[in-house]
Design a protein around this ligand. Structure first.
Ligand code: AMP
Length: 220
């Protein structure tokens, strides 16, 4: 792999992009930026504009203009991003991908790879709609795949588990439909550039990561 890898992660919501982003970041010593996490942090701090909040809750997309500005100002232009990076959840539209290409090209840089974590829709749906989070310590459970010992309660601290607003069934269906209709086009976009790396998401996180590493090494 190159010394300062610049990687983006693609995949349906629930494919495990966040987990893989964290593994890549840790292994290669590069920062990761998740646009969805950024919005959730703003919300926690009470600073998320109401119209953006409403779009996210409904499972729709925040406008390209807003997201592009946020990603550049909050991450890409910072010192830490100069060592390479992993982006999770951005770009999500062809317009965002073109903007990112343009931004990097202006600095004589380019992406190393677009990693597509492939997962059947029905599995992804259950991964997200079954997800429950401890508001106290951040532990994550899944009512289908990894239920807590006591229903609805955190194993570690006993707090009542909650479901993320945009993890509710209806909102998940909209997010999946948005992915199908808009974001999936990025697979072709990066495929045409010869940047696409496809990995099988139907494995443990460690196995997905190992497959991705091999593929990235082969690509280099
Ligand atoms: P995520 O955690 O990546 O699933 O993002 C949660 C929500 O934030 C998405 O369903 C969108 O509403 C919004 N969002 C995150 N990243 C983007 C993006 N690149 N473009 C538009 N909306 C985004």
């Amino acid at each position: 792999m190159t010394q300062h890898p610049r990687i983006i992660l693609l995949g349906v919501p629930g494919s495990g992009k966040g987990t893989q982003g964290a593994l890549i970041a840790k292994t290669f010593g590069i920062p990761t930026f998740s646009s969805g996490e950024y919005f959730r942090n703003l919300r926690r701090e009470g600073r998320l504009p109401a119209e953006i909040s409403a779009k996210i809750n409904a499972g729709g997309l925040v406008s390209d203009e807003d997201v592009n500005v946020i990603v550049v100002e909050s991450f890409l232009s910072t010192q830490e991003a100069q060592a390479g990076f992993v982006l999770d959840g951005y770009p999500r539209t062809v317009a965002q991908a073109a903007f990112l290409d343009d931004y990097l090209t202006k600095q004589s840089l380019g992406l190393t790879a677009a990693v597509y974590v492939e997962l059947p829709m029905d599995t992804a749906f259950r991964r997200i709609s079954g997800r429950r989070i401890c508001p106290n310590d951040g532990s994550v459970y899944n009512v289908y795949f990894q239920p807590p010992q006591r229903e609805g309660r955190c194993d570690l601290c006993g707090a009542t588990l909650i479901q993320r607003e945009d993890d509710r069934d209806e909102s998940v269906r909209t997010r999946m439909a948005t992915y199908e209709a808009i974001t999936k086009a990025l697979i072709g976009y990066y495929g045409d550039q010869g940047k696409l790396v496809i990995v099988n998401g139907m494995q443990t996180p460690d196995a997905v990561f190992a497959e991705m590493r091999r593929a990235l090494d082969d690509q280099a």
